[in-house]
Write a protein of this length. Structure first.
Length: 223
């Protein structure tokens, strides 16, 4: 189980490829205290204007990690993916330093299993997750798609024709399609929580939740 960490805990990001740089940059925007490191000085220089605290560091070297106080960080993100050997060694170092929460990027299932077995608390598959998301979006009706581990999804989409112009009770969204309309956005208005009396029009956007299969079936309805 991932240890509960304070929402403003400092974060150590190891690796400044596209994934690591994007993660560190977004954390910095959110006001988190972030230290981003990479062994490549050119990458560190490239992202130094986007992340306030950076350092040139070979995280495979335990002494180097100790010198920057890696053990004092509550969260570490191993963003190195191109070299499985480096990823595994860096993760092992962090485990030995007893960093409370270690997130690690994996490029394959086998890589992810190794990271989990040596002590990573959370394994991330950026390419796979992006691919799954795109696969759901290419249908054209979905605008955004978030899948959870238990076959549950949250989707922003255009409303299918069968539910337009009716209240959610009248259209039987839950009983016929086994999904829940969570919120509705009408043009020029903010999202509002849906109720049984909410009427969806063809100009609206809706947020729906349900199983992946039920949402795909719902999104494929004519209209």
């Amino acid at each position: 189980m991932v240890e509960k960490i304070a929402h403003d805990a400092p974060v150590l990001v190891l690796g400044l490829g596209r994934f690591g740089a994007a993660t560190a940059g977004e954390l910095d925007k959110l006001g988190r205290d972030v230290l981003a490191v990479d062994a490549d000085p050119l990458l560190v220089q490239k992202w130094a204007d986007r992340v306030r605290h950076t350092a040139v560091l070979d995280a495979r070297d335990m002494n180097a990690l100790q010198q920057i106080g890696a053990a004092d960080f509550s969260v570490a993100i191993v963003a190195v993916g191109s070299s499985i050997e480096a990823s595994v060694l860096i993760t092992t170092n962090l485990v030995d330093l007893k960093v409370p929460q270690i997130w690690a990027k994996a490029i394959s299932e086998a890589h992810g299993k190794i990271l989990t077995r040596i002590g990573a608390h959370r394994v991330i598959y950026p390419e796979r997750e992006a691919g799954e998301r795109v696969a759901h979006l290419v249908s054209g009706r979905m605008i955004d798609f978030i899948r959870f581990d238990d076959d549950f999804a949250l989707v922003k989409m255009y409303p299918p024709k069968p539910i337009r112009g009716k209240t959610l009770t009248e259209s039987g969204v839950r009983t016929k399609y086994n999904i829940t309309v969570v919120g509705v956005k009408s043009p020029g208005k903010p999202f509002t929580y849906a109720t049984e009396n909410t009427v969806v029009t063809n100009h609206d956007l809706i947020i729906v939740s349900g199983s992946n299969e039920d949402i795909e079936r719902f999104a494929a309805l004519e209209g």
